[in-house]
Ligand binder design. Structure first.
Ligand code: PMP
Length: 400
């Protein structure tokens, strides 16, 4: 069988993820990798998860191992609903679906919302795996410039003349730049959304991981309302996940949205995977009830703050003039910009020979970005970060 003639045309629209391919190379033990988006494994609450699994299997037993509802475990949906309710509006269980990692929610939403040829406005650059998930749908991305204050909302407003169906944004500690949308821009964007100019998908996996600066309201809470019938009405679909605050291997995420959106997503999810792991949902719920995630957050913030600061201090000391970078208040990443004539992929080849890895920025971009790269600061220990940045700085001095 020649399988190459058997594949559906849409597979030609998919590209291999540069990040995944790179992660293979960086698996060698002596590699200092700033490439992946991995949390620090030594901070996973392993003992607490062991205890929670034991508790769930003892107290719930069979039903925790049984098929479950596609929407997710009711009590976990209620927990999410309570987190997102405000005095002005109530989020109900019907507004929540539990998904197998935020990534599944993004994938299902693309298929629920987008027709061939539809336009989606996104920050340039944006999350690589969103581009990868949605490209096969035959839709088109409309790049919106972004800077230290996040997506340029004035530029977005001008682009609305092209009638994008949706805006996709990571407003807080963006992947790949680490930057956040300012309060002024959030308020202006909420105005555009409230006026019904466009719908928006808010992807917020990193919002809880703040190390400096003031907390910012999410776009969902700025725009949601109670309708005349008391039901939630929102121009924003919110995507959340426990991956970065608990452990990505659990694969537990959620969407909060109008019931109509949740219904469609649930219909599609049913044929995608029936439901998200029942056992992992119950374990997550037990961890929430026992306060494990609440206690985990300060530990993560302290450790990642130190790692971020180690990286930034090292860059100040070792990176040559002409190289600039973002200074995130949270999240897992920052982005470096090299002089315009340089290609980050060339730098990577030489960096790998020096046992340091990062992800070139071009694949995150819809326009430009060949002279940029993303650095992750959550995965490596501070001493390794300091070493890696020193080596990378020495290499950049030779190349710039
Ligand atoms: N959105 C963004 C912006 C991300 O960076 C990631 C994880 N890298 C995801 C979504 C997916 O997260 P999850 O592990 O919950 O699928």
């Amino acid at each position: 069988m020649n399988w190459n003639t058997q594949f559906a045309d849409r597979t030609a629209l998919s590209r291999r993820s540069a990040v995944r391919e790179l992660l293979k190379l960086t698996a060698q033990p002596d590699m200092i990798s700033f490439a992946g988006g991995l949390p620090a494994p030594e901070l996973f609450p392993v003992e607490a998860i062991k205890a929670a699994a034991n508790e769930v299997l003892t107290e719930i037993g069979g039903p925790a191992l049984q098929y479950g509802e596609t929407e997710g475990v009711g009590a976990l949906r209620d927990w999410v609903a309570a987190q997102f309710s405000r005095a002005r509006f109530t989020v109900r269980r019907e507004n929540v679906v539990i998904v197998s990692g935020a990534q599944q929610g993004l994938d299902l939403l693309g298929r629920v919302l987008l027709n061939d040829g539809d336009l989606v406005a996104v920050e340039n650059p944006t999350y690589l795996a969103l581009l990868g998930a949605w490209r096969p749908l035959g839709m088109r991305f409309l790049p919106v410039p972004s800077d230290a204050e996040g997506m340029d909302v004035d530029a977005l407003e001008a682009l609305l003349a092209q009638r994008p169906k949706l805006v996709y944004t990571i407003p807080t500690f963006q992947n790949p730049q680490g930057t956040s949308m300012s309060l002024a821009r959030r308020i202006k964007l909420a105005g555009l959304l409230g006026a019904g100019r466009v719908a928006l998908l808010e992807d917020n996996p990193y919002g809880e991981l703040r190390y400096s600066g003031e907390a910012l309201p999410h776009l969902f809470e700025l725009t949601a309302q109670a309708g005349a019938d008391g039901r939630l009405q929102s121009p924003v679909i919110y995507s959340g996940t426990f991956s970065k605050v608990l452990a990505p291997g659990m694969r537990i995420g959620w969407l909060v949205a109008d019931e109509a959106v949740i219904d469609k997503v649930v219909m599609l999810k049913q044929s995608a995977d029936l439901h998200t792991s029942t056992l992992n949902q119950y374990i997550t719920l037990a961890l929430l009830r026992d306060g494990v995630i609440e206690r985990q957050l300060p530990r993560l913030r302290a450790a990642y703050r130190e790692r971020r600061d180690t990286m930034l201090t090292g860059m100040e000391r070792h990176f040559p003039d002409g190289v600039t970078w973002t200074r995130p208040d949270g999240g897992l990443f920052l982005m470096v910009t090299l002089p315009a004539r340089m290609d980050a992929a060339d730098v990577l080849k030489r960096a790998i020979a020096e046992h340091v890895a990062f992800v070139p920025g071009e694949d995150f971009h819809l326009q430009g970005g060949a002279n940029t790269f993303r650095l992750n600061f959550s995965n490596a220990q501070p001493e390794r970060i300091a070493h890696g940045i020193e080596r990378l700085g020495a290499l950049l001095h030779r190349m710039v």
